[in-house]
Ligand binder design. Structure first.
Ligand code: G3P
Length: 215
């Protein structure tokens, strides 16, 4: 399973890279805003730090606008993936960009029919937003199961990026569902290694180690 970082904060990305936990990065306009950085400048920096795919999202609404933006984004680094919203215009843009060798990530996916269309359009990645479904009392992870089943039935190569992750259990459930990728906020990644029994165990071993020094 691949781990992507869902952030545009360079320090958090560097930390995850150092841990060997950053196979790629996903961004969106909200995450760029939170970084407080210029869009192109921060994406170029991220692209120089991470070897894996970097998803970049614009604000085009027509296929032509998305294609124009996508071509521009693809010059910002060797590993740029263009995020395209799950709309009819977005699907048109996916076909054109993928044919031109520019990888796409269909984003804001909330239903299996949307995910099926993304795969048929030839998208490299699809991003079901599990947390936002949970927020409205739908089972976000059930959507991941459905997409996985549909893609397996027909051998679609589109990779599933579980997005809108809110807590470590989302990552665990994504892994159990066989999702290709989880895109994880830095805060959630840092929660994944915490366990009170680990802390308690370390404390006890340290205390006993000090007692051993007296012998
Ligand atoms: O990758 C998409 C993700 O950033 C959306 O997360 O928490 O805004 O639903 P959230």
């Amino acid at each position: 399973m691949k781990f992507f970082l869902d952030t545009a904060i360079v320090e958090d990305i560097k930390n995850a890279v150092q841990l060997g936990m950053c196979d790629g990065v996903t961004t969106n306009p909200t995450l760029i805003m939170k970084s407080g950085r210029d869009h192109m400048e921060v994406i170029k920096e991220i692209s120089s730090i991470v070897d894996g795919p970097i998803s970049v999202e614009g604000n085009g609404m027509t296929a032509d606008e998305m294609i124009k933006e996508g071509k521009e984004f693809s010059t910002w680094g060797k590993n740029i993936v263009v995020k395209v919203p799950m709309t009819e215009e977005g699907l048109k843009a996916v076909r054109v960009l993928e044919k031109e060798g520019i990888k796409t990530n269909v984003t804001l996916v909330f239903s299996p029919s949307q995910a099926l269309l993304a795969a048929k359009a030839g998208a490299s990645y699809v991003s079901p937003f599990v947390g936002r479904l949970d927020d409205i009392s739908h089972d976000g992870m059930f959507l991941v199961d459905e997409i996985k089943q549909i893609y397996s039935n027909y051998g679609y190569k589109t990779e599933i990026i579980v997005a809108s992750i809110r807590h470590p259990l989302h990552v665990v459930e994504a892994a159990k569902a066989g999702a290709d990728i989880a895109t994880i906020p830095a805060k959630v990644l840092s929660l994944m290694w915490n366990h009170p029994l680990t802390d308690k165990g370390i404390q006890k071993f340290l205390e006993d180690s000090k007692k051993n020094e007296k012998h």
